[in-house]
Design a binder for this molecule. Structure first.
Ligand SMILES: [Zn+2]
Length: 252
């Protein structure tokens, strides 16, 4: 942490100084402290400032009523699980505005089974989304050429070379086993795509192990959906939880 952040640069704002001023001051200090470490022409602070400026002008300032209402509370209809892959942000590919979707992103968009001793961060997201936010839809979105699914497919049986990744992607092992049993000769990209899609179904199945999910579905207040984004073809499919066949297929 201290490699990236000069701890001395984080100060409690003085009373006469706004929090915004303090953040700017601290960011200046951090920038200075990293000058000798960053050799690339890429300026992260500039990129972030430019990005926020664009959002502020074209979104925040343009729709004051929307953002004023949003400042009071969030009422997202969706909880979305998506991969951490930088190419598959649901906000971008599904044109979601702030306030529309509570988001959970992780390696290979996986949902583990209910377990109060493991992966509690995921459990907390599901619990909060359903009990506090009362989301109406939980969607798990898989994608093409997923590095996490690739790792799952190539996992050694008794060995591991990562601290966290292998243990995490093993959540998808039932999906991998199901695909291999059904398509014993599948390999390469075909196998990868099959496991990517089956893993979405596996995660949707795991969602049913959460009591709040089961009761939400029983009360007809919650729906589960699967999705698959192919960024090679520019194609998005949605799947009903009890039907792996795509219900829609958008490619325009
Ligand atoms: Zn991925």
């Amino acid at each position: 942490m201290s490699k990236y952040l000069n701890e001395e640069a984080i100060e409690t704002p003085r009373k006469e100084e706004s929090l915004e001023d303090t953040i700017h001051t601290n960011l200046d200090k951090i920038t200075v402290s990293q000058e000798t470490e960053l050799s690339s022409a890429f300026d992260p602070i500039q990129r972030i400032n430019d990005g926020f400026k664009h959002f502020k002008i074209h979104e925040f300032n343009k729709y004051p009523d929307y953002y004023c209402k949003l400042a009071e509370k969030q009422e997202p209809k969706f909880l979305i699980f998506a991969c951490s892959d930088s190419r598959v942000s649901p906000t971008n590919i599904l044109n979601l505005r702030p306030g529309e979707a509570f988001m959970a992103r992780n390696i290979a968009n996986m949902v583990p089974e209910f377990n109060q001793l493991k992966h509690v961060g995921v459990g907390a997201i599901i619990e909060y989304a359903i009990l506090a936010l009362k989301v109406e839809v939980i969607m798990v979105i898989g994608h093409s050429r997923c590095g996490g699914i690739n790792r799952l497919i190539s996992l050694p049986d008794n060995d591991t070379s990562y601290d966290f990744i292998d243990e995490w992607v093993r959540i998808g092992e039932p999906a991998k086993a199901k695909v291999l049993a059904k398509h014993p000769h599948a390999s390469g990209e075909k196998l990868q795509t099959l496991v990517e899609k089956e893993s979405v179904m596996n995660s949707l199945g795991n969602l049913l192990s959460y009591p709040y999910v089961r009761s939400g579905i029983a009360d007809k207040k919650l729906k589960l959906l699967g999705g698959y984004y192919d960024f090679v073809c520019g194609n998005f499919q949605t799947f009903e939880v009890d039907d792996i066949k795509p219900t829609t297929n958008i490619q325009e």
